[in-house]
Ligand binder design. Structure first.
Ligand SMILES: Nc1nc2c(c(CN[C@H]3C=C[C@H](O)[C@@H]3O)cn2[C@@H]2O[C@H](COP(=O)(O)O)[C@@H](O)[C@H]2O)c(=O)[nH]1
Length: 327
């Protein structure tokens, strides 16, 4: 491994996931499923674009890039573990925060974030009932507010600019500056990295700004997919991921899987590797057909898979359940 790779958190995610997959007993990747899914996506992939990012659900104002940046960092500081509350979904987080910023442009000012408490986060998202892990969400926001004030004049936009248009550098900065984004674990004596919220923040900045201005990155293709709890469901339903009977029974019975357990780690790692292999297969197919797919990358592939999950949410089997701040 070269020095540069040692510094590359996205490489660390790929390497971690590949290592886990070399040991897996509970989850396997069906290469026939990869081939089939790549064939079915060959017509859509050339149209993948950062511009598919939803600017109506999310806060967007072309005149306020700083405010958009602050919104996206807060969004992805809180973008985890909705499932303990029946009916609570990502759209309530994105939409609630958007309304908060539209109602009060200072709602996400770093000073406000640095002093927020649990009920304050609930009010920010316009939720009536206590949020899952509500005090943790408040602690994570206080950490973001304090660190922004300490190092970036309170502005997420300054943090983004400090990365010099490198997605890899921005993942490194986010995981260096904010403890809450350090999505890693020790498994069988090894440190494994997933960095889901740090990477999805970079993906969301790229998407919100349609790959221009603050959202311009020269290496966005370095990001991996975002190891959440939705995309594994889609890959399982599409015959790409196969669960051992014991794991399938636990997931389908909605039993909680402990963070860092073999079950949870194998699901997350296999999802990362499967999407990397799917991307490679799609790129090979399109190149062989002489077709261009300028924005085919793990980010746009991830978004397609996640939205495929949203489209089929009623019919798909349950997602795995891990109580965590990471995804
Ligand atoms: N891998 C991946 N995970 C994603 C997203 C998003 C939303 N991204 C939007 C922004 C731009 C794109 O166009 C997407 O529309 C949320 N999540 C994760 O899902 C879970 C919530 O699910 P549910 O309970 O159903 O709301 C939770 O862990 C959340 O962190 C994604 O894109 N990729």
């Amino acid at each position: 491994m070269s020095g540069a790779e040692e510094l590359n958190p996205c490489f660390a995610v790929r390497q971690s996931a590949e290592w886990v997959l070399s040991q897996t007993q509970l989850v396997s990747i069906d290469d026939g499923g990869i081939q089939q899914l790549a064939a079915s996506l060959a017509d859509a992939a050339p149209h993948f674009s950062p511009a598919s990012f939803d600017r109506t659900l999310h806060f967007w104002d072309p005149a306020q890039p700083e405010r958009v940046s602050q919104y996206l960092l807060v969004l992805d500081a809180l973008n985890f573990c909705f499932w303990p509350q029946e009916g609570l979904e990502y759209e309530h987080l994105a939409g609630g925060l958007r309304q908060a910023v539209q109602a009060d442009p200072q709602a996400l000012h770093a000073e406000r974030l640095a002093t927020v408490d649990g009920p304050g986060v609930r009010r920010l998202l316009r939720q009536e009932r206590p949020l899952p892990l509500e005090e943790e969400r408040a602690r994570l926001l206080r950490e973001v507010g304090a660190a922004l004030l300490d190092q970036y004049q309170g502005q997420a936009a300054n943090l983004i600019q400090a990365a010099g248009q490198s997605a890899v550098r921005l993942v490194r900065l986010v995981t260096a500056v904010f403890r809450g984004f350090r999505d890693h674990c020790i498994y069988r004596g090894r440190q494994l990295f997933f960095y889901k919220r740090a990477q999805i923040f970079v993906g969301d900045v790229w998407g919100a700004f349609h790959g221009a201005g603050l959202g311009r990155f020269t290496d966005i293709d370095q990001l991996t997919m975002f190891a959440d709890y939705r995309v594994p469901v889609v890959l399982r339903e599409l015959g790409v991921l196969r669960y051992a009977p014991s794991l399938a029974a636990a997931v389908d019975a909605k039993q909680e899987l402990a963070p860092g357990s073999q079950e949870e780690v194998e699901i997350r790692a296999a999802t990362v590797v499967a999407v990397e292999r799917l991307r490679g297969e799609l790129q090979r197919r399109l190149a062989a057909e002489g077709r261009q797919a300028p924005h085919l990358c793990s980010v746009t592939l991830d978004w397609w898979l996640w939205e495929e999950g949203e489209r089929n949410i009623q019919r798909h089997r349950p997602h795995h359940r891990t109580l965590t701040i990471h995804y």
